[in-house]
Design a protein around this ligand. Structure first.
Ligand SMILES: CC(C)(COP(=O)(O)OP(=O)(O)OC[C@H]1O[C@@H](n2cnc3c(N)ncnc32)[C@H](O)[C@@H]1OP(=O)(O)O)[C@@H](O)C(=O)NCCC(=O)NCCS
Length: 151
């Protein structure tokens, strides 16, 4: 399912809180260093982001969150968060969510989607490569950049 700048802030805050330890580095720690709270961050994602998500009853299984509005001149959409709850991993959740996000971008006439991940995040790299992302040059040697061309 897609929520374009309309995802529920409380549900997002709860999902991020529950999955804080699922990130290579706890998200709350990264946000704290940036002077942001998890609640503020969740609000920004919901108000400005496009959220592809899948549910199991009331539980959010995973999310892919990016920006599809006010894009730069080259019309590329940046994906800022990709997380599947550990309980639901390796069941194709992320693969389906990325495909849904790409479909939404295609409808919006977006040219390409891009994201980055850590050089040590091998599961994310395997996921992105399996979903058709290709490597792109990246100035930061601790990160890997991927692009998926929509059109
Ligand atoms: C990366 C992540 C989002 C993948 O989510 P997922 O829902 O488990 O991924 P999928 O089940 O859709 O996997 C699709 C394919 O990616 C590859 N893949 C996924 N996880 C993998 C792993 N741990 N090791 C190797 N390949 C993996 C496989 O090819 C997989 O297909 P298969 O299970 O049929 O072999 C999940 O591991 C996660 O939330 N990690 C923590 C947060 C994170 O690091 N996010 C990325 C930050 S940029």
């Amino acid at each position: 399912m897609i929520a374009d700048r309309s995802f529920d802030i409380r549900v997002m805050t709860d999902f991020l809180q529950r999955n804080d330890g699922a990130f290579t580095r706890p998200l709350s720690q990264t946000l704290k260093e940036q002077g942001q709270t998890l609640e503020d961050y969740a609000e920004k994602l919901c108000r400005m982001g496009t959220v592809a998500y899948e549910t199991d009853g009331d539980a959010i299984m995973g999310v892919v969150i990016g920006y599809t509005q006010n894009l730069p001149e080259d019309n590329g959409s940046y994906i800022t968060q990709v997380v599947t709850d550990p309980k639901y991993r390796r069941r194709g959740v992320c693969k389906r969510l990325l495909a849904e996000y790409f479909d939404f971008c295609r409808e919006q006439n977006i040219s390409y989607v891009w994201l980055t991940t850590g050089v040590d995040n091998h599961s994310a790299q395997a996921t992105y490569e399996g979903c058709g992302f290709v490597l792109a040059p990246c100035a930061n040697e601790k990160m890997v950049k991927y692009i998926y061309r929509i059109r």
